[in-house]
Ligand binder design. Structure first.
Ligand code: XIL
Length: 710
């Protein structure tokens, strides 16, 4: 996820979008293969369909691409197929069966006996009195056997009995089963009979008991108990169908895992039969439910994706017993929950959503990953704070106390969802190791954005964000060491052009205070969303300088870091940003101020300008617009120079261009070789294993500094 987002300059921009804002849905191209292909080594992928779905060419193409199992959403249920005793209506069921026959798609039969969508003739007389048991059984037998016989060439399994177990809580003295009319007539035995009739009609079909709230511990125990009693009584039950009408808040995937473990003690086949994950607290099979608002906030989308991704991870783990996973409807347009619940992986236009890509693009190797429990507090934590933590593999773990919250997300890795413990703490670990180095993040609690109280804050995304540090293997070059240290001091200078008192931070090298020596100056700019604090806090520019000087790798110089006026620019309008105001502040106000207040070598050849990301773009524009000002130019994840752009080759003595290996470095390296071919002193650098983040820029500064002022 993060890897996709954090490419190029845009990374900081995406990062900065407040997580409560709705992101424009970038359209995902129509896939060439489907979920069924991605999961071919695991289980079948199915969907329930209506008649329209199998009549429209585009929808048919989508079904054939994505699914290799189908369930009739309504067409094979008791009432639609036999509304009155002996009056059968096979039209829709036949069409769906034919669709499967013609296309070689497997058909799950749903459902033979259910308290809902059933003609009341099945269990009561015209006056509403329950039928005698024998009459009810005769009705049930002729219905079940008629439909099973009719489709036995194509239906490979049946949900024989649906939703017969009682919902929680079951009060003392009440039965574990739903007190439906069927139950009232015959007790538990009607379930056994239904399976026997079905088996008699088609001994080859796999027969399932199907229910919802299937991962809720108490109900799953009752489901298990029922199926166990059936098995013990010799009833031909082969599998348990977990409907899987879940939501973004639950169930907890450890409960799903536990339920599958429990069920697999008594059956060899588990199907997820009716999967959808809605955006509110409703769940299960109730036919009255929250219709949803139609607004999918970013944090809801993250919670939903997390549920889908982690559910499929659990299901893959149980592939020996899970053999089919069926979505309830093919797209949000068709969803029984209504489009506004946005519960499926395809949108109302049958286009895949981001969660589709996440479910499909799983990494089988990552499934096997074992997280080492050697977590330690992040080095950026506030004094005495245990969390956030990082481990030796680069996983990050968060823990927050929020007893009344309903959802907590850390923005790390595109959204790491935390889960609640019994004691009100929320804990979550990144799904994969994070890149080495510094990362900004924040928490989204019930849609509200806050910082993590465990760690320090760093200015990025136009706000003070939480920071976490994944120890880098090369951290030594910016480590705090017992070497002579320079100072970072704040200066305030009056700017006539903006009619404001402005701020900058100036690093003076260790030797500066005792001597008369004059020094060259690097003007070093932050990126979009950041400010003049970034380079010497999360950037560690002063420590990098101290260490380089102590090792004798550079001649000491001064570094000036000021605010680049970039934060008024709105996302999407970066291209139109007008650099001239900052150019005036920098070249005509700050440089003269620094030259008159510090012992600088106030000459072009002793002046460099460099910047990261948007600061790189400023550097590019200003160095070219004011060739008399700077002799060394540095761009870090912030564009390139073309040889033709530089009017007079003698105007520049050195050009540095760097970026992270995850930012598409080819363009940078090509630019550098073009510059070198044109005779410029250009140096390129690619930071291994990093994206548009501060470890890239720390390393860039470390690489660039030795080439300056030579
Ligand atoms: C739903 C259908 O999707 C709706 O079109 C219909 O109006 C009601 O039934 N559990 C089940 C499914 O087993 O059969 C239900 O299907 C959803 C809940």
């Amino acid at each position: 996820m993060k890897r996709i987002l954090l490419v190029g300059m845009c990374a900081l921009v995406f990062w900065a979008v407040p997580s409560h804002a709705q992101r424009g849905s970038r359209e995902i191209p129509t896939p060439t293969d489907g979920l069924k292909d991605a999961y071919k080594d695991y289980f079948m992928i199915g969907a329930s369909v209506n008649i329209k779905n199998v009549s429209d060419a585009d929808q048919i193409a989508m079904i054939k691409r994505e699914f290799n199992s189908i369930t009739a959403e309504n067409a094979m249920k008791p009432q639609p197929t036999e509304p009155q005793k002996g009056e059968f209506n096979w039209e829709d069921a036949d069409r769906i069966a034919d669709f499967c026959r013609q296309n070689g798609i497997k058909l799950r039969g749903h459902t033979l006996m259910w308290h809902s969508q059933i003609g009341s003739w099945m269990y009561q007389d015209e006056k509403g009195n329950l039928l005698p048991k024998e009459e009810f059984y005769a009705n049930m037998k002729h219905h079940i056997q008629a439909i099973v016989n009719r489709y036995k060439d194509v239906v490979y399994c049946w949900d024989v009995v649906n939703e017969a177990v009682a919902d929680s809580p079951v009060w003392p003295g009440r039965p574990e089963l739903r007190e439906s009319p069927m139950y009232k007539i015959a007790g538990e035995e009607f379930i056994y009979k239904a399976f026997e009739y079905a088996h008699e009609a088609d001994p080859d079909a796999l027969l399932f008991y199907n229910d919802y709230n299937d991962a809720e511990p108490a109900k799953s125990q009752r489901i298990y108990n029922l199926v166990k009693r059936m098995k013990d009584a010799g009833v031909p039950v082969d599998g348990i169908g977990m409907q899987g009408h879940y939501n973004i808040y639950g169930p907890n995937m450890s409960d799903v895992d536990a339920a599958i473990n429990l069920y697999s003690k008594v059956v060899k086949h588990i199907h997820i039969t009716e999967l959808d994950i809605r955006l509110n607290e409703d769940k299960g099979g109730a036919l009255r439910f929250n219709q949803g608002s139609g607004q999918v906030t970013d944090w809801e989308r993250i919670l939903q994706q997390d549920q889908y991704v982690n559910l499929f991870k659990v299901l893959r783990k149980h592939k020996d017993v899970v053999d089919c996973v069926t979505f309830w409807n093919i797209s949000d347009k068709d969803s029984w929950l209504g489009a506004a619940n946005s519960a499926l992986l395809f949108d109302v236009n049958y286009k895949p959503k981001r969660s589709y890509l996440a479910v499909k693009g799983f990494d089988p190797e990552a499934d096997k990953a074992v997280i080492k429990e050697d977590f330690k507090p992040s080095e950026l934590n506030q004094p005495g704070q245990e969390y956030p933590m990082v481990n030796s593999q680069g996983y990050a773990r968060f823990r927050i106390y929020a007893p009344k919250a309903t959802s907590v997300i850390s923005s790390i890795a595109g959204g790491t969802v935390l889960h609640k413990d019994a004691d009100g703490y929320w804990t979550g670990t990144t799904a994969a190791p994070e890149d080495e180095g510094f990362h900004y993040y924040h928490l989204t609690i019930d849609g509200g954005v806050v910082n993590d109280p465990g760690t320090n804050n760093y200015y990025g995304s136009i706000r003070w964000e939480s920071g976490i540090e994944i120890p880098a293997h090369d951290a030594d070059f910016y480590a705090e060491k017992n070497v002579p240290h320079g100072n970072v001091q704040q200066i305030l200078f009056w700017s006539n052009s903006t009619d404001q008192l402005r701020k900058a931070f100036v690093y003076t090298p260790p030797q500066y205070d005792n001597g008369k020596k004059k020094y060259p100056v690097l003007y070093l700019q932050h990126g979009w969303g950041e400010n003049e604090y970034a380079w010497w806090n999360q950037g560690r520019a002063n420590l990098i300088m101290d260490n380089l000087i102590a090792e004798g790798k550079i001649e000491p110089f001064i570094v000036v870091m000021t605010y680049g006026m970039t934060n008024d620019v709105r996302i999407g309008e970066l291209g139109r940003f007008n650099y001239t105001h900052f150019q005036t502040v920098l070249c005509d106000e700050l440089v003269p101020y620094v030259d008159s207040h510090f012992r600088t070598i106030a000459k072009k050849d002793s002046r460099a300008m460099a910047g990261l990301s948007m600061g790189g773009m400023e550097t590019h524009t200003i160095t070219l617009a004011r060739p008399e000002m700077f002799s060394y130019y540095g761009l870090m994840s912030g564009g390139i120079y073309l040889p033709d752009e530089i009017q007079d080759p003698k105007q520049v003595k050195g050009i540095f261009i760097g970026c992270g290996s995850k930012e598409g470095p080819e363009r940078v390296m090509k630019a550098v070789s073009d510059l070198q071919a044109a005779g410029f002193n250009a140096q390129g650098y690619v930071s291994d294993g990093t994206a548009h983040e501060f470890l890239t820029w720390r390393r860039c500064l470390y690489q660039m500094a030795p080439m300056l002022f030579k």
